[in-house]
Design a protein around this ligand. Structure first.
Ligand code: FES
Length: 171
């Protein structure tokens, strides 16, 4: 199931990499200057707590400009979104927050970040893991100075996505 996101192969290198594993792995890939690609069947929950996606892969906006929140609609290209600074992530997350006792999930916080729960690898565009994290907030407003982490900027930059649970009822 996937509602409205444009899709791309989440691991295009795997088909040609002889060391590529077929083991399922929960992963969020922060694409350079682009969205988050979530793979492994991670539950995505609305601000109301309902599971709205659990596809093997889906693509979430992190530039804050999409008209199809929470999914990427490629607006980052027209917006000139840049996101290359990942250096602060590992230093800011204690190692013991890699919590294998919970199911991985990504929660849409109301007018705020993506809250990551459970054992997940957060990786670079190249697939290099730069942190294993549970209980971290990932920026989806595009304004954080500590991308991919949220730094609270969403509270002051007018970020107000229309997430699925925010949409007016049909009729
Ligand atoms: S969601 Fe972007 S700074 Fe919090």
């Amino acid at each position: 199931m996937c509602k409205g996101s444009w899709m791309e192969h989440p691991d295009a290198d795997a088909a040609t990499d002889p060391e590529a594993t077929t083991e399922p792995e929960y992963q969020i890939r922060a694409r350079e200057h682009g969205p988050f690609v979530v793979t492994g069947g991670v539950a995505l929950t609305s601000p109301n707590g309902a599971v709205i996606d659990d596809a093997d892969n889906y693509v979430l906006c992190r530039c804050g400009k999409t008209a199809s929140a929470p999914y990427c609609d490629r607006s980052h290209r027209d917006a000139g979104f840049t996101a290359t600074d990942i250096d602060g992530c590992a230093a800011r997350i204690p190692a013991d927050r890699d919590d294998a006792s919970t199911e991985p999930s990504v929660a849409l916080m109301p007018h705020g970040p993506l809250m990551v729960t459970g054992p997940l690898s957060i990786t670079t565009s190249a697939g290099e893991t730069f942190c294993r994290a549970a209980g971290v907030a990932l920026c989806r407003c595009g304004g954080s100075a500590t991308k991919p982490l949220c730094d609270g900027t969403h509270a002051t930059n007018g970020f107000a996505p229309v997430d699925p649970s925010d949409a007016p009822a049909d009729g």
